[in-house]
Design a protein around this ligand. Sequence first.
Ligand code: NDP
Length: 259
Amino acid sequence: MNLLEKFKLSGKTAFVTGGARGIGRAVGEGFAQAGANIVIADLDEAESVKTAEFIQKEYGVKTLVCKTDVTSPESVKALIAAIDKEFGRLDVAFCNAGICINAPASKMTYEQWSKVININLTGVFLTAQAAGNYMIEKGIKGSIINTASMSAHIVNVPQPQCAYNASKAGVIQLTKSLAIEWAEHGVRVNCISPGYIGTELVKNNETLIPLIKTWNEMAPMHRLGEPEELQTVTLYLASEASSFTTGSDVIVDGAFTCF
Ligand code: NDP
């Protein structure tokens, strides 16, 4: 097979949780450029519809919006059923929805802790489990990509975010566990660990906005990453190009975690 052919996703179906905006939207656009039909699975239905319409118009692929809460097994089940009905296949799952709550560990409430763990870790488990089971049942040699973070590798400073850091470390070990269990079925499972990326998670968070200058001073490249800078790595992981890559975590952080 021609090298560039290996990156094509034509005729494939990909879902993206948290796909309405930010990293999910950019990665969904990347998959669409490679030819995949895109399912936007997000809590924000109105924004999802706008994103889906844009992707369909811009890249000429089919799109589906499925309002999904990744913390709800019923909602995730409905997502898979909708994909099966519309496309009859699922090749790529980008389990990406996530939130961050900043609070010192001493003051973090049970509700804050649970919310972060439920969305960032349990949500990834539920969506990856549903995708993996569907792929195995259908005999599809699919690719599951989870969003971890550089916060799985380092403790961010100065903002306190212990629940977020713990949830993302969990995502990496979950990814490796699933990769081992599903390797025999040809289902690959990898994750990405982005550094600070200029999305609404960062730019709309009043606690974080004043910190962007501090992070940029600390960062070797002195800037935030752009969501689009995650398109190539996720396309690699989603496609045949990464046929021997499973159980891996790819750090994309402009060397932030190198020292
Ligand atoms: P955004 O906040 O821009 O987008 C996240 C999307 O996920 C939103 O549309 C949000 O919907 C949706 N969402 C939230 N909760 C749920 C849920 N329970 N079920 C389904 N969808 C949900 O975030 P980013 O694009 O910045 O982040 C995407 C992922 O990347 C997250 O896992 C994040 O932790 C990770 N990441 C981000 C980094 C960054 O610097 N931005 C760095 C490293 C990792 P709604 O608006 O309705 O809440």
